[in-house]
Design a protein around this ligand. Structure first.
Ligand code: CDP
Length: 307
């Protein structure tokens, strides 16, 4: 959040913003899943002018061992802003802001990923902001959720996030850079869509309780729009995978085989006898009633064994 400037008209009297959006509108968002072949899961997102890429590795064994949790995996998020992502060159490397954002996103996923399935493990989420125009923590979380799903990491639900806020004393959704710099409040909110739980909530600036409620409702609605983009990305990704598998014949009807029958026969015969004749006794033995060598042949149904 920059320094609020009430003299700047960010929302006009008709409720239209500088980029032409209504107060309740989010910026256009597109997501593509599975764009990195060496990561276990990945996604690329464009949201307004924000451009974000995410790669997921894991679950893997967490090292050094002193960081392991015996009953669950640790979700580690590294948020990084590229030096060229902002109008002023961003000093490369981690800083307090990026550590804070990595931590709040990791905390959001800790409540959603089924970490108990991977004791002593780690799930690494690497998010790189290639171009930034406010709302990058939400964009990072949204992109990471798709990448985690692409990696097949089990989760309680899909998570999304979007910020609401205030400019010129009006509550608005999905602040851009100008609104973030000169507006009065920024309220990023992340939601687990399966449970409806809020998994991320931060606030910068000032809102009255009524404005907070309005912003919260707006963010909940905005999150539903973001979820649509996430679902589309995953559907496109897995539809492609399925189509490729289908083309490779993965779903073709298998050739009819008598394997199960043979396995059942072998089971009835018991272990092969010393001397070598036990291996494949197809043919005469069966017909002679030699299949069940644990007892005398009993004719029709030999599975019962009780008679
Ligand atoms: O990106 P987000 O809104 O989640 O976080 P922020 O700390 O409120 O930053 C708002 C925006 O300020 C970022 O999205 C960037 O566009 C910009 N920014 C920047 O230009 N240089 C930085 N070192 C940090 C942020």
């Amino acid at each position: 959040m920059g320094v609020p400037d009430p003299t700047k008209e960010l929302v006009n009297k008709k409720g239209i913003r500088l980029d032409g959006r209504k107060t309740t509108e989010i910026r256009p968002i597109t997501i593509k899943a599975g764009i990195l072949h060496r990561a276990d899961g990945s996604a690329y997102l464009e949201w307004g002018s924000n451009k974000v890429i995410c790669g997921v590795y894991g679950p893997r064994e967490l090292n050094p061992r002193r960081f392991q949790e015996s009953d669950k995996a640790v979700v580690q998020v590294r948020y990084n802003m590229a030096a060229f992502s902002t109008s002023d060159r961003k000093r490369p490397g981690p800083d307090r802001r990026s550590q804070e954002i990595g931590k709040v996103i990791a905390d959001a996923f800790e409540n959603v990923v089924l970490t108990e399935r991977f004791p002593r493990g780690a799930i690494d989420v690497h998010v790189d902001i290639l171009e930034a125009n406010a709302g990058t923590r939400c964009a990072a979380l949204v992109c990471a959720a798709v990448a985690l799903a692409d990696a097949g990491i089990p989760m309680k639900g899909l998570v999304s996030a979007v910020a609401a806020g205030k400019a010129n004393d009006k509550v608005i959704l999905d602040l851009d850079q100008m609104e973030d710099n000169y507006g009065n409040a920024d309220l990023p909110i992340g939601i687990n869509h399966t449970s409806g739980e809020i998994v991320l909530l931060q606030m910068d600036g000032h809102l009255t309780p009524a404005q907070f409620d309005e912003a919260l409702d707006m963010a909940v609605e905005g999150n539903k729009q973001v979820l649509v983009a996430q679902r589309e990305a995953l559907l496109a990704r897995f539809a492609t995978t399925l189509a490729a598998k289908e083309a490779a014949g993965a779903f073709d009807e298998p050739e009819p085989s008598n394997e199960p029958e043979r396995a059942e026969r072998n089971e009835r015969r018991g272990p092969p006898r010393e001397g070598g004749r036990g291996g494949d006794r197809r043919g005469g033995d069966d017909r002679r009633g030699g299949g069940d060598r644990r007892g005398p042949p009993r004719g029709g149904d030999r599975r019962g064994g009780g008679r």
